[in-house]
Unconditional design. Structure first.
Length: 261
């Protein structure tokens, strides 16, 4: 689906239905973005993400935007783009489908691309929540000690919380700028681990913060982050900082041929 996201956006949001008046409250739940809101609506409807009732979900999505408007809350552009996308999909679902033998059912479903985006976001969200929980536990039990090193290059141990903080900053930067429309590479965590190990064979230390900043997409950044965590877990590398809250560096502890899929 590659349509102009603005062409189907209505001039104004649908009017409020009187019978729903009693359901509105001043407090409005906050979501991280349009995909987060959609996942919430799908979960509330107790339906499969693979079979989204697009008409009902679209109505509820627009209802949420209207309530934001009534409370004088700024509606981010990405929410409006998603609204236009939902309206476009809804209109496509109403069109008669070509039942010819050459038409694949999966390819013909206008919801397919949206479902793929939701599934990918769902994986990212679950991983981020798990890692944040782990980071908080690590912060509670880790003591920040000084690494034995030469005086010219003083370093301090980095905790999982420090690593997550660097990852989160890089993720926020990717959210602020539009990601490049590049062909999706099916890169795996095992491949990222192998790349990091090969680089550590050549270099004394690797600037993890720089690698995070160079990531071109959220997916690439997440896979890189998970790869670093796995190498820390199996004690192949340790992470340090040049100073407290400084850049994060990876140092090789031991050689390993273990690649985690």
């Amino acid at each position: 689906m590659h349509a102009d996201p603005w062409c189907d956006l209505p001039d104004e949001l649908p009017p409020r239905e009187p019978e729903r008046e009693e359901r509105y409250t001043v407090k409005l739940e906050v979501f991280e973005g349009p995909l987060d809101l959609l996942l919430h609506l799908i979960k509330k409807e107790q339906v499969s993400i693979y079979d989204i009732p697009i008409a009902r979900i679209t109505e509820q999505y627009l209802d949420y935007l209207r309530r934001m408007e009534e409370l004088d809350l700024t509606i981010a552009g990405e929410y409006l783009v998603m609204a236009a996308t939902l309206i476009y999909i809804k209109s496509k679902m109403l069109l008669p489908r070509d039942q010819g033998p050459m038409v694949e059912a999966e390819e013909d479903d206008p919801r397919r691309e949206l479902v793929e985006r939701l599934l990918e976001y769902q994986k990212y969200k679950a991983a981020a929540e798990l890692l944040w929980s782990k980071a908080e536990r690590e912060q509670a039990v880790f003591t920040r000690g000084r690494v034995e090193t030469d005086d010219a290059n003083p370093e301090v141990n980095a905790t999982l919380f420090d690593l997550f903080r660097a990852f989160h900053r890089a993720m926020e930067r990717l959210k602020e700028r539009q990601e490049l429309a590049i062909a999706r590479e099916e890169i795996t965590m095992a491949q990222k681990i192998a790349e990091l190990q090969a680089r550590l064979e050549r270099e004394e230390r690797v600037d993890i913060t720089a690698l995070f900043e160079e990531a071109r997409s959220r997916r690439e950044l997440l896979i890189l982050f998970l790869a670093v965590l796995e190498l820390v877990r199996i004690a192949v590398i340790r992470v340090v900082q040049t100073e407290r809250f400084g850049r994060i560096l990876a140092l090789r502890v031991r050689a390993s041929t273990e690649i985690v899929a």
